[in-house]
Write a protein that binds this ligand. Structure first.
Ligand SMILES: Cc1cc2nc3c(=O)[nH]c(=O)nc-3n(C[C@H](O)[C@H](O)[C@H](O)COP(=O)(O)OP(=O)(O)OC[C@H]3O[C@@H](n4cnc5c(N)ncnc54)[C@H](O)[C@@H]3O)c2cc1C
Length: 413
Protein backbone atom coordinates (compact mmCIF):
# COMPACT_ATOMS: atom_id res chain seq x y z
CA UNK A 1 0.00 0.00 0.00
CA UNK A 2 1.33 3.41 -0.90
CA UNK A 3 1.77 5.67 2.07
CA UNK A 4 -0.26 8.87 1.88
CA UNK A 5 1.54 12.17 2.35
CA UNK A 6 0.15 12.71 5.88
CA UNK A 7 1.31 9.24 6.86
CA UNK A 8 4.83 9.91 5.72
CA UNK A 9 6.06 10.75 9.18
CA UNK A 10 7.25 9.35 12.48
CA UNK A 11 5.03 9.61 15.55
CA UNK A 12 6.92 10.22 18.78
CA UNK A 13 4.72 9.47 21.79
CA UNK A 14 5.66 11.34 24.98
CA UNK A 15 7.17 14.82 25.25
CA UNK A 16 9.63 14.35 28.08
CA UNK A 17 13.33 15.07 27.46
CA UNK A 18 13.85 11.93 25.37
CA UNK A 19 10.77 12.52 23.19
CA UNK A 20 11.73 16.16 22.64
CA UNK A 21 15.33 15.25 21.69
CA UNK A 22 14.14 12.39 19.45
CA UNK A 23 11.72 14.69 17.61
CA UNK A 24 14.37 17.40 17.26
CA UNK A 25 16.96 14.93 15.92
CA UNK A 26 14.45 13.60 13.36
CA UNK A 27 13.37 16.98 11.98
CA UNK A 28 17.04 18.01 11.77
CA UNK A 29 17.56 15.01 9.51
CA UNK A 30 14.62 16.02 7.31
CA UNK A 31 12.07 13.53 8.67
CA UNK A 32 8.54 14.78 9.41
CA UNK A 33 7.42 14.18 12.99
CA UNK A 34 4.23 14.35 15.01
CA UNK A 35 5.12 14.57 18.70
CA UNK A 36 2.18 13.76 20.98
CA UNK A 37 1.94 14.40 24.72
CA UNK A 38 -0.92 13.47 27.04
CA UNK A 39 -0.52 16.58 29.22
CA UNK A 40 -1.83 20.02 28.18
CA UNK A 41 1.75 21.36 28.16
CA UNK A 42 5.32 20.17 28.75
CA UNK A 43 5.47 19.17 32.44
CA UNK A 44 7.68 21.08 34.89
CA UNK A 45 9.33 17.78 35.80
CA UNK A 46 11.96 18.28 38.52
CA UNK A 47 13.70 14.91 38.19
CA UNK A 48 16.83 14.93 36.02
CA UNK A 49 19.26 17.81 36.06
CA UNK A 50 22.74 16.40 35.46
CA UNK A 51 23.74 16.30 31.80
CA UNK A 52 26.97 14.37 31.35
CA UNK A 53 29.86 15.34 29.08
CA UNK A 54 28.93 13.30 25.95
CA UNK A 55 25.27 14.29 26.28
CA UNK A 56 26.24 17.97 26.42
CA UNK A 57 28.05 17.43 23.12
CA UNK A 58 25.00 15.72 21.58
CA UNK A 59 22.67 18.54 22.65
CA UNK A 60 25.11 21.15 21.31
CA UNK A 61 25.22 19.27 17.98
CA UNK A 62 21.42 19.44 17.89
CA UNK A 63 21.61 23.23 18.11
CA UNK A 64 20.76 23.69 21.80
CA UNK A 65 24.11 25.14 22.88
CA UNK A 66 22.83 28.70 23.21
CA UNK A 67 19.90 27.69 25.45
CA UNK A 68 21.97 25.23 27.50
CA UNK A 69 24.66 27.81 28.30
CA UNK A 70 22.33 30.80 28.65
CA UNK A 71 22.99 32.95 31.74
CA UNK A 72 19.22 33.24 32.23
CA UNK A 73 17.46 30.97 34.75
CA UNK A 74 16.32 28.87 31.77
CA UNK A 75 19.95 27.90 31.05
CA UNK A 76 22.23 25.41 32.75
CA UNK A 77 25.28 25.60 35.03
CA UNK A 78 28.60 24.03 34.04
CA UNK A 79 29.99 21.99 36.95
CA UNK A 80 33.32 20.18 36.61
CA UNK A 81 33.65 18.97 40.23
CA UNK A 82 31.91 16.30 42.28
CA UNK A 83 32.57 15.18 45.84
CA UNK A 84 32.20 11.97 47.81
CA UNK A 85 31.75 12.41 51.55
CA UNK A 86 31.16 10.26 54.61
CA UNK A 87 27.94 11.58 56.10
CA UNK A 88 28.52 10.41 59.67
CA UNK A 89 31.95 12.05 60.06
CA UNK A 90 31.62 14.78 57.43
CA UNK A 91 34.95 13.59 55.96
CA UNK A 92 35.57 14.75 52.40
CA UNK A 93 36.71 11.44 50.94
CA UNK A 94 37.38 12.24 47.27
CA UNK A 95 37.18 15.14 44.85
CA UNK A 96 36.72 14.37 41.15
CA UNK A 97 37.37 16.97 38.47
CA UNK A 98 36.07 16.42 34.94
CA UNK A 99 38.38 19.25 33.84
CA UNK A 100 41.09 16.59 33.78
CA UNK A 101 39.55 15.48 30.47
CA UNK A 102 40.26 18.89 28.89
CA UNK A 103 41.65 18.33 25.40
CA UNK A 104 40.07 14.86 25.29
CA UNK A 105 36.39 15.89 25.26
CA UNK A 106 34.85 19.17 24.04
CA UNK A 107 32.87 19.85 27.23
CA UNK A 108 34.91 18.79 30.31
CA UNK A 109 32.10 19.21 32.86
CA UNK A 110 28.50 18.27 33.46
CA UNK A 111 25.79 20.84 32.87
CA UNK A 112 23.21 21.08 35.63
CA UNK A 113 20.13 21.78 33.50
CA UNK A 114 16.70 20.66 34.69
CA UNK A 115 14.99 18.33 32.25
CA UNK A 116 11.96 20.55 31.73
CA UNK A 117 14.23 23.42 30.64
CA UNK A 118 15.72 21.12 28.00
CA UNK A 119 12.21 20.25 26.74
CA UNK A 120 11.24 23.95 26.62
CA UNK A 121 14.45 24.72 24.70
CA UNK A 122 13.87 21.96 22.14
CA UNK A 123 10.21 22.64 21.29
CA UNK A 124 10.67 25.96 19.40
CA UNK A 125 13.36 24.32 17.23
CA UNK A 126 11.04 21.41 16.41
CA UNK A 127 8.23 23.77 15.45
CA UNK A 128 10.51 26.16 13.51
CA UNK A 129 11.84 23.30 11.36
CA UNK A 130 8.55 23.21 9.44
CA UNK A 131 8.65 19.40 9.75
CA UNK A 132 7.55 19.02 13.37
CA UNK A 133 4.01 19.10 14.69
CA UNK A 134 3.60 19.12 18.48
CA UNK A 135 0.24 18.05 19.89
CA UNK A 136 -0.50 18.43 23.59
CA UNK A 137 -3.55 16.90 25.36
CA UNK A 138 -3.08 13.94 23.02
CA UNK A 139 -2.83 10.61 24.78
CA UNK A 140 -1.86 7.45 22.96
CA UNK A 141 -4.45 4.82 23.85
CA UNK A 142 -4.28 2.31 21.00
CA UNK A 143 -1.59 1.00 18.68
CA UNK A 144 -1.37 -1.47 15.82
CA UNK A 145 1.04 -2.07 12.97
CA UNK A 146 1.15 -3.68 9.55
CA UNK A 147 4.10 -4.36 7.29
CA UNK A 148 4.19 -0.79 6.03
CA UNK A 149 2.69 1.49 8.66
CA UNK A 150 1.67 1.97 12.28
CA UNK A 151 -1.69 3.26 13.43
CA UNK A 152 -2.02 5.08 16.75
CA UNK A 153 -5.30 5.90 18.46
CA UNK A 154 -5.04 9.19 20.29
CA UNK A 155 -7.56 10.56 22.77
CA UNK A 156 -8.04 14.11 24.01
CA UNK A 157 -9.44 15.53 27.27
CA UNK A 158 -12.97 15.77 25.80
CA UNK A 159 -12.94 12.02 25.27
CA UNK A 160 -12.70 12.31 21.47
CA UNK A 161 -10.40 9.92 19.64
CA UNK A 162 -8.51 10.12 16.39
CA UNK A 163 -6.42 7.65 14.41
CA UNK A 164 -2.99 8.74 13.22
CA UNK A 165 -0.90 6.76 10.76
CA UNK A 166 2.84 6.91 10.34
CA UNK A 167 5.73 4.89 8.96
CA UNK A 168 7.20 4.41 12.45
CA UNK A 169 6.24 5.16 16.03
CA UNK A 170 8.79 5.80 18.76
CA UNK A 171 7.64 5.31 22.35
CA UNK A 172 9.19 7.90 24.64
CA UNK A 173 6.33 7.80 27.13
CA UNK A 174 8.31 7.00 30.26
CA UNK A 175 8.62 4.11 32.71
CA UNK A 176 4.93 3.14 32.72
CA UNK A 177 4.85 3.27 28.93
CA UNK A 178 1.60 2.57 27.10
CA UNK A 179 3.56 1.93 23.89
CA UNK A 180 5.65 -0.81 25.53
CA UNK A 181 2.52 -2.41 27.01
CA UNK A 182 0.51 -2.30 23.77
CA UNK A 183 3.48 -3.68 21.83
CA UNK A 184 3.64 -6.51 24.40
CA UNK A 185 7.31 -6.05 25.19
CA UNK A 186 8.45 -7.45 28.55
CA UNK A 187 10.12 -5.09 31.04
CA UNK A 188 12.52 -7.27 32.94
CA UNK A 189 14.15 -6.39 36.25
CA UNK A 190 13.12 -5.47 39.78
CA UNK A 191 11.80 -2.72 42.04
CA UNK A 192 13.71 -1.64 45.16
CA UNK A 193 11.77 -2.01 48.43
CA UNK A 194 12.58 1.54 49.55
CA UNK A 195 11.50 4.69 47.72
CA UNK A 196 13.57 7.83 47.14
CA UNK A 197 12.49 11.28 48.24
CA UNK A 198 13.67 14.42 46.49
CA UNK A 199 13.46 17.69 48.40
CA UNK A 200 14.26 21.07 46.85
CA UNK A 201 15.13 24.08 49.00
CA UNK A 202 16.18 27.64 48.29
CA UNK A 203 18.42 27.51 51.39
CA UNK A 204 22.05 27.82 50.25
CA UNK A 205 23.92 24.75 51.52
CA UNK A 206 26.94 26.14 49.65
CA UNK A 207 27.20 28.97 52.21
CA UNK A 208 27.31 26.72 55.29
CA UNK A 209 31.11 26.48 55.37
CA UNK A 210 31.18 22.76 54.59
CA UNK A 211 32.99 23.32 51.30
CA UNK A 212 30.30 21.64 49.21
CA UNK A 213 30.53 21.72 45.42
CA UNK A 214 27.64 21.53 42.93
CA UNK A 215 27.29 17.72 43.15
CA UNK A 216 27.89 15.88 46.42
CA UNK A 217 27.42 12.18 47.20
CA UNK A 218 27.28 11.21 50.90
CA UNK A 219 27.84 7.64 52.11
CA UNK A 220 25.63 6.56 55.00
CA UNK A 221 24.27 3.13 55.98
CA UNK A 222 21.02 4.63 57.30
CA UNK A 223 20.41 7.66 55.13
CA UNK A 224 22.77 8.21 52.21
CA UNK A 225 22.35 11.54 50.44
CA UNK A 226 22.86 13.12 47.02
CA UNK A 227 22.99 16.91 47.37
CA UNK A 228 23.09 18.88 44.12
CA UNK A 229 22.57 22.46 43.08
CA UNK A 230 20.49 23.70 40.12
CA UNK A 231 19.60 27.20 38.94
CA UNK A 232 15.91 26.69 39.62
CA UNK A 233 13.88 29.83 38.99
CA UNK A 234 16.95 32.08 39.29
CA UNK A 235 19.26 33.31 42.10
CA UNK A 236 19.92 31.98 44.73
CA UNK A 237 19.09 28.71 42.93
CA UNK A 238 17.80 25.50 44.45
CA UNK A 239 19.59 22.71 46.29
CA UNK A 240 18.07 19.27 45.85
CA UNK A 241 18.56 16.45 48.28
CA UNK A 242 17.73 12.88 47.23
CA UNK A 243 17.52 10.38 50.11
CA UNK A 244 16.14 6.88 50.72
CA UNK A 245 12.80 6.31 52.46
CA UNK A 246 12.70 2.96 54.28
CA UNK A 247 10.04 0.42 53.40
CA UNK A 248 8.57 0.77 56.91
CA UNK A 249 7.72 4.47 56.39
CA UNK A 250 4.37 5.14 54.66
CA UNK A 251 4.12 7.57 51.75
CA UNK A 252 2.03 9.84 53.95
CA UNK A 253 4.70 9.89 56.70
CA UNK A 254 7.50 10.47 54.21
CA UNK A 255 5.65 13.38 52.60
CA UNK A 256 4.62 15.06 55.88
CA UNK A 257 6.19 18.50 56.19
CA UNK A 258 7.49 17.56 59.64
CA UNK A 259 9.50 14.67 58.20
CA UNK A 260 10.69 16.73 55.23
CA UNK A 261 11.95 19.47 57.58
CA UNK A 262 13.54 16.83 59.82
CA UNK A 263 15.41 15.31 56.87
CA UNK A 264 16.81 18.73 55.90
CA UNK A 265 17.70 19.64 59.49
CA UNK A 266 19.76 16.44 59.61
CA UNK A 267 21.72 17.64 56.58
CA UNK A 268 22.40 21.01 58.22
CA UNK A 269 20.93 22.14 61.49
CA UNK A 270 19.66 25.69 61.26
CA UNK A 271 17.16 27.82 63.07
CA UNK A 272 13.69 28.06 61.55
CA UNK A 273 12.13 25.99 58.83
CA UNK A 274 13.61 25.40 55.41
CA UNK A 275 11.80 26.99 52.50
CA UNK A 276 10.74 24.17 50.20
CA UNK A 277 9.64 24.97 46.62
CA UNK A 278 9.08 21.30 45.72
CA UNK A 279 9.41 17.70 46.87
CA UNK A 280 8.35 14.30 45.57
CA UNK A 281 8.52 10.63 46.38
CA UNK A 282 9.55 8.06 43.77
CA UNK A 283 9.29 4.29 43.44
CA UNK A 284 12.65 3.12 42.12
CA UNK A 285 13.15 0.36 39.55
CA UNK A 286 15.92 -1.34 37.62
CA UNK A 287 14.36 -2.69 34.42
CA UNK A 288 15.26 -3.07 30.75
CA UNK A 289 12.83 -3.86 27.93
CA UNK A 290 13.38 -7.21 26.24
CA UNK A 291 13.72 -5.45 22.89
CA UNK A 292 13.83 -1.77 21.84
CA UNK A 293 12.37 -2.48 18.37
CA UNK A 294 9.42 -4.55 17.28
CA UNK A 295 8.55 -4.07 13.63
CA UNK A 296 7.77 -0.38 13.18
CA UNK A 297 7.48 0.31 16.91
CA UNK A 298 10.62 1.56 18.64
CA UNK A 299 11.35 2.38 22.28
CA UNK A 300 13.71 4.95 23.79
CA UNK A 301 14.40 6.50 27.20
CA UNK A 302 12.55 5.39 30.34
CA UNK A 303 10.07 3.56 28.13
CA UNK A 304 12.96 1.17 27.32
CA UNK A 305 14.86 1.19 30.63
CA UNK A 306 14.64 2.56 34.16
CA UNK A 307 17.26 2.77 36.89
CA UNK A 308 17.86 4.46 40.22
CA UNK A 309 18.99 8.09 39.83
CA UNK A 310 22.33 7.82 41.72
CA UNK A 311 24.91 8.90 39.15
CA UNK A 312 22.36 10.72 36.94
CA UNK A 313 22.22 8.20 34.12
CA UNK A 314 18.54 7.67 33.23
CA UNK A 315 17.83 10.67 31.04
CA UNK A 316 21.40 10.71 29.72
CA UNK A 317 21.06 7.10 28.58
CA UNK A 318 17.71 7.97 27.01
CA UNK A 319 19.22 10.84 25.04
CA UNK A 320 21.98 8.48 23.90
CA UNK A 321 19.21 6.12 22.68
CA UNK A 322 17.57 9.00 20.81
CA UNK A 323 20.77 9.98 19.00
CA UNK A 324 21.64 6.35 18.11
CA UNK A 325 18.11 5.50 16.97
CA UNK A 326 17.48 8.60 14.88
CA UNK A 327 20.76 8.11 12.96
CA UNK A 328 19.74 4.56 12.05
CA UNK A 329 16.14 5.46 11.32
CA UNK A 330 17.30 8.23 8.97
CA UNK A 331 19.44 5.68 7.11
CA UNK A 332 16.39 3.43 6.70
CA UNK A 333 14.12 6.35 5.83
CA UNK A 334 16.36 7.63 3.04
CA UNK A 335 17.14 4.15 1.71
CA UNK A 336 20.75 4.04 2.89
CA UNK A 337 20.21 0.99 5.11
CA UNK A 338 17.98 -2.00 5.51
CA UNK A 339 15.43 -2.03 8.38
CA UNK A 340 17.59 -4.71 10.05
CA UNK A 341 19.81 -1.90 11.26
CA UNK A 342 17.11 -1.26 13.88
CA UNK A 343 17.95 -4.63 15.45
CA UNK A 344 21.44 -3.22 15.90
CA UNK A 345 19.92 -0.27 17.74
CA UNK A 346 18.50 -2.71 20.28
CA UNK A 347 21.77 -4.64 20.55
CA UNK A 348 23.83 -1.49 21.08
CA UNK A 349 21.57 0.31 23.49
CA UNK A 350 20.70 -2.78 25.55
CA UNK A 351 24.45 -3.31 25.96
CA UNK A 352 24.88 0.27 27.18
CA UNK A 353 22.03 -0.26 29.61
CA UNK A 354 22.85 -3.67 30.98
CA UNK A 355 26.66 -3.49 31.11
CA UNK A 356 26.90 0.13 32.22
CA UNK A 357 23.82 2.04 33.38
CA UNK A 358 22.15 -0.80 35.28
CA UNK A 359 25.43 -2.21 36.63
CA UNK A 360 26.78 1.22 37.63
CA UNK A 361 23.63 2.58 39.28
CA UNK A 362 23.12 -0.62 41.30
CA UNK A 363 26.77 -0.49 42.40
CA UNK A 364 26.46 3.23 43.25
CA UNK A 365 23.49 2.55 45.50
CA UNK A 366 25.04 -0.46 47.22
CA UNK A 367 28.21 1.46 47.97
CA UNK A 368 26.47 4.54 49.36
CA UNK A 369 24.32 2.41 51.71
CA UNK A 370 26.97 -0.18 52.74
CA UNK A 371 26.34 -1.22 56.36
CA UNK A 372 29.56 -3.10 57.16
CA UNK A 373 32.00 -0.46 58.51
CA UNK A 374 35.05 -2.32 57.19
CA UNK A 375 33.60 -2.65 53.69
CA UNK A 376 32.46 0.98 53.76
CA UNK A 377 35.96 2.08 54.81
CA UNK A 378 37.40 0.10 51.92
CA UNK A 379 35.05 1.79 49.43
CA UNK A 380 36.04 5.20 50.80
CA UNK A 381 39.77 4.37 50.68
CA UNK A 382 39.46 3.01 47.14
CA UNK A 383 37.68 6.18 46.03
CA UNK A 384 40.33 8.38 47.61
CA UNK A 385 43.15 6.39 45.98
CA UNK A 386 41.33 6.59 42.63
CA UNK A 387 40.95 10.34 42.89
CA UNK A 388 44.64 10.79 43.80
CA UNK A 389 46.02 8.86 40.83
CA UNK A 390 45.60 10.72 37.54
CA UNK A 391 45.25 7.57 35.42
CA UNK A 392 42.68 5.98 37.73
CA UNK A 393 40.91 9.33 38.17
CA UNK A 394 40.45 9.70 34.41
CA UNK A 395 39.34 6.07 34.08
CA UNK A 396 36.69 6.75 36.71
CA UNK A 397 35.52 9.84 34.83
CA UNK A 398 35.24 7.96 31.54
CA UNK A 399 32.96 5.41 33.20
CA UNK A 400 30.88 7.75 35.38
CA UNK A 401 30.34 10.21 32.48
CA UNK A 402 28.95 7.35 30.32
CA UNK A 403 31.71 7.83 27.73
CA UNK A 404 32.75 4.16 28.15
CA UNK A 405 29.16 3.02 27.77
CA UNK A 406 28.87 4.84 24.44
CA UNK A 407 32.20 3.55 23.13
CA UNK A 408 31.39 -0.08 24.00
CA UNK A 409 27.79 0.07 22.82
CA UNK A 410 28.67 1.72 19.51
CA UNK A 411 31.20 -1.04 18.82
CA UNK A 412 28.50 -3.73 19.02
CA UNK A 413 27.62 -5.10 15.55
C1 LIG B 1 14.94 12.14 41.75
C2 LIG B 1 15.38 11.82 40.36
C3 LIG B 1 16.50 12.45 39.85
C4 LIG B 1 16.96 12.15 38.57
N1 LIG B 1 18.09 12.75 38.11
C5 LIG B 1 18.59 12.42 36.92
C6 LIG B 1 19.77 13.06 36.43
O1 LIG B 1 20.33 13.96 37.06
N2 LIG B 1 20.25 12.68 35.22
C7 LIG B 1 19.64 11.70 34.47
O2 LIG B 1 20.15 11.36 33.39
N3 LIG B 1 18.49 11.13 34.89
C8 LIG B 1 17.94 11.45 36.08
N4 LIG B 1 16.76 10.90 36.50
C9 LIG B 1 16.00 10.06 35.55
C10 LIG B 1 15.20 10.91 34.55
O3 LIG B 1 14.31 11.78 35.23
C11 LIG B 1 14.44 10.04 33.58
O4 LIG B 1 15.32 9.06 33.07
C12 LIG B 1 13.87 10.89 32.43
O5 LIG B 1 12.81 11.71 32.87
C13 LIG B 1 13.35 9.99 31.30
O6 LIG B 1 12.89 10.80 30.26
P1 LIG B 1 11.82 10.26 29.22
O7 LIG B 1 11.60 11.38 28.26
O8 LIG B 1 12.23 8.93 28.72
O9 LIG B 1 10.49 9.97 30.09
P2 LIG B 1 9.62 10.99 30.95
O10 LIG B 1 10.43 12.13 31.42
O11 LIG B 1 8.91 10.16 31.96
O12 LIG B 1 8.56 11.57 29.91
C14 LIG B 1 7.52 10.79 29.39
C15 LIG B 1 6.44 11.70 28.82
O13 LIG B 1 5.47 10.89 28.18
C16 LIG B 1 4.18 11.36 28.50
N5 LIG B 1 3.23 10.23 28.33
C17 LIG B 1 3.09 9.15 29.14
N6 LIG B 1 2.14 8.33 28.65
C18 LIG B 1 1.66 8.90 27.50
C19 LIG B 1 0.68 8.52 26.55
N7 LIG B 1 -0.03 7.38 26.68
N8 LIG B 1 0.44 9.34 25.49
C20 LIG B 1 1.15 10.51 25.35
N9 LIG B 1 2.09 10.92 26.24
C21 LIG B 1 2.35 10.12 27.29
C22 LIG B 1 4.31 11.82 29.95
O14 LIG B 1 3.28 12.72 30.30
C23 LIG B 1 5.69 12.48 29.90
O15 LIG B 1 5.61 13.84 29.53
C24 LIG B 1 16.27 11.20 37.76
C25 LIG B 1 15.13 10.57 38.26
C26 LIG B 1 14.69 10.87 39.54
C27 LIG B 1 13.47 10.18 40.08
Amino acid sequence: MEIMQTENRVIVSGCGPVGAVTALALVKKGIPVTLIEQLPDAAEDQRAATIHTPTVEMLADLGLEKEMFSDAPSGGMAAPLFHFRDRATGELVAVFDINLLKGEVPYPYVVQWEQYKLVHAALPHIRASGLGEVRFSSKLIGLSQTEDHVEATVGNEAGETEKLRARYLIGTDGGSSTVRRLAEIAFEGFTWPERFIKIGTSFDFGATGQGLCTRNYFFDPDEWLNLFKVKGYGPPGIWRGVLPVPESESDEEALSMENIQRRLQRIYQKSGDYEIPYYALYAVHQRVAQTFNKGRILLAGDCAHVNNPIGGMGMNGGIHDAVNLTEKLADVWFGRADANVLDRYTRQRRTAQIDYVQAQTIENKRKLEERDPAVRRKHLDDLRRTSEDVTLHKKFLYRSSLIDSLTSANAVE
